[in-house]
Ligand binder design. Structure first.
Ligand code: ATP
Length: 349
């Protein structure tokens, strides 16, 4: 097992900058996720780690080993892609064994024993004789995972492995991947555009945007303490308010948004942007209140998501009881307003 370090990695394609000076340190045994919108550079980063792309500048290191010029097959990485890429004419067991064709299995076991233990690991012990087309999408992806793990790689790379699956299968596979990763303790780098998946599965996430890292942190960190407006809006739902600081008070500041003043924990002078999560807003009281019009109400099962109109601006509220009237009073506390632009250095780094 190794840690993975990217230092100042830059990638250009014919004048197009796909990655700008990326520096990431993935710790040994960590489940690390690259998340961001389409085109932000996630796959390029993974391909640079795998060795399919050479960075234009910067280095990739596995442990103390510098990887520049090392081809993918010599990097000891296991890779799972979005499309299962199983060999249709081979049985499930042969597919898993394919990963061992140039390499002996780790330890003293035979190839057949290794294949069987991997099929057990991915809960497909009795499926070795089947063909891939006799499996569900989720099962095929588990075979692809077993095949990637067969040679005992140092690093596991997963590129949107669940995106072709329907929601239920995705949930099941997510739980399994998480269990297998923590059982094996293998350093894992996962790519997804699905921020919910990233939060659910990772030890840490890197939120990417336009070939740069916006923020690296634990799922709770990026959700609760986004460092930029982009992260605040990309990770989970958020209500974003922009205004000007009107006054400072003990333990807080007043920010004027249109002609309404909101109290937030702390802000500098000038323009300020703060966010309030839909679940931090409530019907009725709070340190800050405003009146809004109910546009639509969606029942989500465990909660209602209410779309409000406040002075022509959309506001989203998540509550356990649906509002009874079309006009509601909404409140939130100053500590639930997270300043992303124009905050004090302690709040915004
Ligand atoms: P997606 O979620 O859509 O797969 P991504 O975040 O993985 O997106 P990348 O595939 O890494 O993004 O692409 C990053 C940028 O680099 C994009 O602007 C893309 O168009 C560009 N790019 C990627 N590969 C090449 C290539 N081979 N030649 C030219 N440009 C490329």
């Amino acid at each position: 097992m190794v840690d993975v370090r990217l230092s100042g990695v830059r990638k250009e394609y014919d004048g197009v900058t796909a990655l700008e000076e990326l520096s990431i340190h993935v710790e040994n045994g960590e489940f690390f996720t690259l998340v961001g919108p389409s085109g932000c550079g996630k796959t390029t980063t993974l391909r640079a780690i795998a060795g399919f792309e050479e960075p234009t500048a910067g280095t990739v290191q596995f442990g103390t080993r510098e990887m520049t010029g090392v081809p993918p097959e010599d990097r000891d990485v296991g890779i799972v892609f979005q499309n299962y890429a199983l060999f249709p004419h081979m049985s499930v067991a042969e597919n898993v064994g394919y990963g061992l064709r140039f390499r002996d299995p780790p330890g003293t076991v035979t190839r057949d024993e290794r294949v069987q233990s991997l099929l057990e690991l991915v809960d497909l012990a009795d499926f070795g004789d089947r063909n891939p087309d006799e499996l569900s999408g989720g099962q095929q992806q588990r075979v692809a995972l077993a095949r990637a793990l067969a040679p005992g790689p140092d690093v596991l790379l997963l590129d949107e492995p669940m995106s072709a699956l329907d929601a239920r299968l995705r949930d099941d596979l997510r739980t399994q991947v998480s269990r297998i990763q923590s059982d094996l303790g293998i350093t894992t780098i996962y790519v997804t555009h699905d921020q919910e998946e990233a939060l659910a599965i990772s030890d840490r996430v890197a939120v990417m945007h336009d070939g740069r890292i916006e923020q690296i942190g634990s799922p709770e960190d990026v959700y609760r303490r986004p460092k930029s407006r982009f992260v605040a809006e990309f990770v989970g739902e958020n209500n974003v308010f922009s205004g000007e600081t009107a006054a400072h008070e003990t333990g807080g500041s007043l920010v004027a948004v249109d002609d309404h003043e909101f109290r937030v924990a702390d802000a500098t002078d000038g323009n300020v942007t703060f966010c309030v999560r839909p679940e931090a807003l409530r019907l009725g009281g709070g340190e800050n209140t405003f009146s809004a019009t109910v546009e639509t109400v969606e029942f989500l099962g465990e909660a209602f998501r209410v779309h409000l109109d406040w002075n022509g601006k959309p506001v989203i509220l998540r509550v356990s009881e649906a509002p009874e009237n079309d006009r509601v009073r909404v409140g939130f506390d100053a500590r639930d307003a997270h300043v992303v632009e124009g905050g004090t250095p302690e709040l915004v780094e």
